[in-house]
Write a protein that binds this ligand. Structure first.
Ligand code: 9D3
Length: 237
């Protein structure tokens, strides 16, 4: 899968993609990440990418010309399989279902917003969709692009030892198993500062272990994420 990222901070991405799963996926040739500097698509002396908002108000807005020109240079003959995603605080929320969906694409271009926002013509006439990673204010789309790329790349066939067969699709993660958080985990030492790992996990009885994990997943979900429990109240009380 090919990911293009369009940003005014290309150096930002040296860190997030140089480690772990994303790094290994690139080294294995399963993932190709190409970072593009938006300022390379400007022609004035100051390499201007932003301007003041029509109608007045605080802050600056990313201009449309460099963004359209960048996409048209990256994809001179853009096909319907080449999808543009605008990371913006206004988009619908990115979740595991969206990651599953994006992992089926072959080539994506992520546009990172900055300042007060991006000229609306980018959302209207260039992007296939807008995505936000959560209901909080970030200072730009770069962190969001890294999140979307990481969550999507780890689902690619072969990346996490994911099966490359057709069966793989039906096993794609839903985010929380059967609507539950993962069960809690322990590792050695069995006694750490007097805090003991549950005895049942050490006794080798796999039927007991399976039941303990199911029960502790339900208990943890009830405590931390009651909103995930089906038929339960939306908000804990
Ligand atoms: C303070 C400015 N906000 C008015 C209430 C609007 C605003 C403009 C620009 C809010 C955030 C941003 C920059 N954020 C993003 O570009 C962004 C983002 C986010 O802020 N939250 C969650 N996901 C994303 S994806 C891109």
């Amino acid at each position: 899968m090919i990911f293009h990222v369009l940003t005014i901070f290309p150096e930002f991405f040296a860190g997030p993609f140089a480690h772990g799963v994303v790094k290994r996926a690139q080294d294995a040739g399963l993932l190709d990440i190409r970072i593009h500097d938006l300022r390379d698509y400007t022609f004035d002396r100051h390499r201007t990418v932003d301007d003041r908002p029509f109608g007045g108000g605080e802050g600056m807005v990313l201009k449309p010309e460099p963004i359209f020109l960048a996409v048209e240079s990256i994809w001179p003959a853009r096909t319907p399989s080449q999808k543009v995603i605008l990371l913006s605080a206004q988009g619908p929320l990115f979740d595991q279902a969206a990651a599953n969906r994006l992992s089926q694409e072959s080539e994506l271009l992520l546009i990172c917003g900055r300042y007060e926002g991006v000229d609306e013509r980018v959302a209207e006439h260039l992007a296939d969709e807008e995505l936000s990673i959560g209901s909080y204010v970030l200072s730009g789309g770069e962190l969001a692009a890294a999140v979307v790329l990481d969550a999507t790349a780890r689902l690619l066939p072969g990346v996490l030892g994911n099966d490359t067969s057709a069966a793989f699709e039906s096993f794609q993660e839903t985010g929380h198993g059967e609507g539950l958080l993962d069960c809690p985990h322990w590792t050695r030492p069995a006694d750490f500062r007097g805090w003991k790992a549950p005895e049942v996990l050490l006794n080798g009885n796999h039927e007991q272990i399976r039941r303990f994990r199911k029960e502790s997943a339900i208990a943890k979900t009830t405590r931390l994420r009651r909103d995930l429990i089906k038929d339960g109240p939306e908000r804990g009380e």
